[in-house]
Design a binder for this molecule. Structure first.
Ligand SMILES: [Mg+2]
Length: 249
């Protein structure tokens, strides 16, 4: 897969902020958590895909076919996403919403599980892009949406372009840790390589902007303009995340 070698960047403000889920809003890789005793095998596949060594579509169906996650397993995973949300994830989303921004999750993860996190963060279902997994009536695995762009490399680029077309207020910024996020960088005005959970060298080196703090408050000044920070300072509900953003670098 072709990773962009140079990524253009333009300063805030943006109208829409798009976040990856696994190893960005949450410290886990969902699919790895579903793996149980096969974890080592699945982790190795995930890492190679996120480092850009093998295309996502080469591992996506394979991992799910090995794991065949039940509806109950995805419910458990949803709870794990919420329990492992990074510090200030909710507060960051609330501050961005207060500024009138659209906040989206764009994830190669499984929709049912990602919905638990988006609900926790106050992000409407319509702003969540993830992959559908199907179950039979008994809750047993019955396949996934193999047409989803998010199950193949290059898919995030397609979807951020669609999100950018819907944006009327200043374009899109994208935050993510993986090769599939970096691939989408040409479709956005700013790509922030996030290394607060995993530091993927190829992604961090190619990005114009990066953040290696595990505290998501550190993203705030990278995603909003100075006058927007001043607006937040006037709103008591958002003072804490603003103060944390100054320390979490
Ligand atoms: Mg990720």
């Amino acid at each position: 897969m072709a990773l962009p070698t140079r990524v253009d960047d333009s300063a805030p403000p943006y109208g829409t902020l798009v976040f990856d889920c696994d190893s960005t809003l949450s410290s886990i890789e969902g699919i790895d958590e579903l793996a149980g005793p096969r974890k080592a095998e699945i982790v190795a596949l995930t890492n190679r895909a996120m480092a850009g060594e093998i295309p996502l579509e080469a591992v996506y169906g394979k991992r799910l076919e090995l794991l065949r996650p039940s509806a109950a397993a995805l419910e458990t995973l949803g709870r794990q996403y919420v329990a492992t949300a990074l510090p200030h994830a909710r507060e960051l989303v609330a501050a961005l919403h207060a500024l009138g921004k659209r906040v989206c999750i764009l994830s190669g993860g499984i929709r049912q599980a990602v919905f638990a996190l988006s609900e926790h963060l106050g992000i409407p279902d319509g702003d969540v892009y993830a992959v559908d997994v199907f179950h039979d009536r008994a809750g047993a695995y019955a396949g996934f949406d193999d047409e989803s762009p998010l199950a193949r490399s290059g898919g995030k680029l397609e979807l951020v372009r669609q999100i950018a077309r819907d944006d009327r207020k200043g374009g899109v910024a994208l935050v993510g840790d993986g090769a599939t996020d970096l691939e989408a960088a040409p479709g956005v005005r700013r790509f922030v390589a996030f290394g607060g959970v995993v530091r993927r060298k190829d992604v961090l080196e190619r990005a114009a902007i990066s953040c290696t703090s595990p505290d998501l408050a550190a993203l705030l000044p990278l995603l909003v303009a100075t006058d927007e920070l001043e607006q937040l300072a006037l709103l008591p509900a958002h003072r804490d995340v603003l103060a944390a953003s100054r320390h979490a670098r």
